[in-house]
Structures are given as structure tokens and as C-alpha cells.
Design a protein around this ligand. Structure first.
Ligand code: C5P
Length: 310
């Protein structure tokens, strides 16, 4: 997450998407959520927005790029409302959002925007909160982040992290433990409803559980060229709910010779490629197949998370 102060009243945010490289479900909880063990991984596909403090108390959102709600149901607006409530603050906001991360894709775009908004408000409003340091800001904002959505706390830090609980308990991996990949990501222009995918887990929950530590040691030895055994327990229900996307996943894997995986609850499909050159070749094939919107993207480390271009 990059938050840059443009002036006294304006902050610019670059909010990167994530892929789930590993996602296992331990059990269904009494509160209806599912207890997870997942590896979240930031990539350099980012929403960009400018937050401006205005006179008055309204929140105005303008959106370009992929569609998202402009009303109170937008996670940016929800994040602002929660922030104001918790810190007893209130001021007007104008947000200009360039939505580059499709919604309903399992890429965490809405959650990334919400986390970016919390950090933007903290920056704009630093005298009202106790500290200016990034780690103190994250500690102060995490309880608000997890109320907005299970994924949101991860995006306050980004990089590569293990998420547990319903996804809100974050253990960041060091840069040595974090892999560095080149990905091709396909958005098949279908939004996947997360609650329905979780509801469609049936016998999946009683299947033999994967071993997170085994996966993590395969990450350790992963290079740019060798993909570790990515795993997603939600892939089976996703494929049952969307048989046409299951066929798409199989055919793009066959045609490109690269295994495509489901991120989170879908619908985005991702594969590791050796380098940008292979990425371009895969992109050309996917375009010929009209697979959807295609992104060539790379792993984004937690520190020095500058945007990179091809
Ligand atoms: O927390 P969030 O609002 O992002 O979750 C959206 C939905 O995804 C929940 O309402 C629930 O149906 C499902 N979910 C779940 N277990 C999780 C996370 C999400 O069942 N750990």
C-alpha cells in the first residue's frame, strides 16, 4: 500500500490487489464464518485514488475504470464512516477512484481500497490520532479494518502474509520467505459471489487437510521459474457453481501449458510464467481465445512497493 501526501488536504493512494497462493479451510465456525489458513500475496495491479478533505460532511465518490458502487455501500465509504465513528471525527471527503482491479474477482480490490482509505484518513488526520508511525497506524487501524471485511487487515501491510481466523489474523512473511513471481491473471468478466461459494462447500470440508508448512517450504525454494503447488479449497465449489468457468480454466491451462488457479472465491484465474516474454506469449493466446481481461503482473514486496510497468 502506498500513501502519499500531495498537500495539506490531499492524499494519493495506490492500493494493490492480492492473490491467494494457498487457501485451506479448517472448519466452519459457530458464527457462520470459516476458519482459514491462507497465504495472501500482493501483486502490482493497483487501484489508484486521491482523497481530498472538503468543507461540510458529505462523502462524494467518482469512479473510472471497472464499475463499483458510488454510494455508502462502497467499501471506501464504509471505511470512512467507521473511521469517523471510532475516532469521533467528521469532515467532508471527495474521492476520485481509478478502479483497475475488477470487483467480484477474488483479487481483494474493495478490501484494498478500504485499507487504503483508512491509511489515507490517518495521514490526513494525524493530529487526531496518537501517532504518525506506520506500524502504530496499522495497530490502531486493524480493529476497524477487520470490521469492514475479513480481508481488509492484510491490505494495511501487504506483501506476503499468512492469514488465519476468518482471514483477519496476519503473520507477515519476511522478504526472504516471500516468493517473487511473474503472473498472468485472467478476469473472465463474471463476478463471483463470495458467500455463495462458501455456502457451496459440502463434502469439501471433510476432505484431508493440506499442510501449510509443507506449502511454505515449497515457497522457500520457489524461484521465478518453478511454481509451487498452489492450493485453494474454494476452487472445487467455485467450479461447481460456475461450470463454464471450470471449462475455461481447463482450456486456458491446456492451451498455454501453464496451470491456472482460482484466487480466493474467484472468478480471477492466475498462472505463473517464467518471465515477461512468456507472459506476452500467453497473453496473445488468451486474447485469441477471448478468455477475458488479461493482466501481466508481478509479486509486490512489502517494502519498496513501487509500481512497476512492463
Ligand atoms: O468478511 P467478509 O464480509 O469479506 O466476508 C464475506 C462473506 O464471505 C461472509 O459473509 C461469509 O459468507 C464468507 N466468509 C466465510 N468465512 C470467511 C470469510 C468470509 O464464510 N473466513
Amino acid at each position: 500500500m502506498r500513501v502519499e501526501r500531495l498537500s495539506h488536504d490531499r492524499v494519493r493512494v495506490l492500493a494493490p490487489a492480492k492473490l491467494n497462493l494457498y487457501l485451506e479451510i479448517l472448519f466452519k465456525r459457530a458464527d457462520g464464518y470459516h476458519e482459514l489458513e491462507t497465504v495472501m500475496h500482493s501483486i502490482d495491479l493497483s487501484d489508484e485514488f486521491v482523497v481530498e478533505r472538503t468543507a461540510g460532511s458529505g462523502i462524494e465518490i467518482a469512479i473510472r475504470g471497472y464499475p463499483a458502487p458510488v454510494d455508502g455501500s462502497n467499501l471506501i465509504a464504509k471505511a470512512a464512516e467507521r473511521y469517523f465513528l471510532v475516532f469521533h471525527r467528521r469532515f467532508g471527503l471527495k474521492i476520485d477512484l481509478q478502479k483497475n482491479i475488477p470487483a467480484g474477482a477474488g483479487l481483494g480490490g474493495g478490501s484494498a481500497d478500504a485499507a487504503g482509505m483508512l491509511l489515507a484518513l490517518h495521514t490526513l488526520d494525524s493530529p487526531a490520532t496518537t501517532s504518525n508511525s506506520r506500524s502504530d497506524a496499522i495497530a490502531a487501524l486493524t480493529p476497524i479494518a477487520e470490521e469492514i471485511g475479513s480481508d481488509v487487515p492484510f491490505f494495511l501491510t501487504g506483501g506476503t502474509a499468512i492469514a488465519r481466523g476468518r482471514g483477519e489474523k496476519i503473520e507477515a512473511l519476511s522478504s526472504e520467505q516471500s516468493p517473487n513471481f511473474t503472473f498472468v491473471v485472467v478476469f473472465p468478466r463474471v463476478q463471483s459471489p463470495t458467500p455463495l461459494i462458501y455456502k457451496s462447500l459440502t463434502s469439501d470440508l471433510t476432505e484431508h487437510k493440506r499442510d501449510l508448512h509443507r506449502f511454505l517450504s515449497s515457497l522457500d525454494s520457489a524461484t521465478d521459474r518453478r511454481a509451487p503447488p498452489f492450493w485453494n479449497r474454494l476452487a472445487a465449489p467455485f467450479r461447481r457453481v460456475f461450470p463454464e468457468l471450470a471449462r475455461l480454466q481447463d482450456s486456458i491451462s491446456n492451451e498455454t501449458g501453464r496451470a491456472f488457479h482460482v484466487s480466493g472465491s474467484g472468478s480471477a484465474l492466475y498462472a505463473v510464467v517464467a518471465d515477461a516474454q512468456e507472459g506476452e506469449r500467453v497473453r496473445t493466446k488468451l486474447q485469441a481465445m477471448a478468455a477475458g481481461d488479461i493482466f501481466l503482473t508481478r509479486s509486490l514486496p512489502r517494502q519498496g512497493n513501487e509500481p512497476r510497468s512492463w
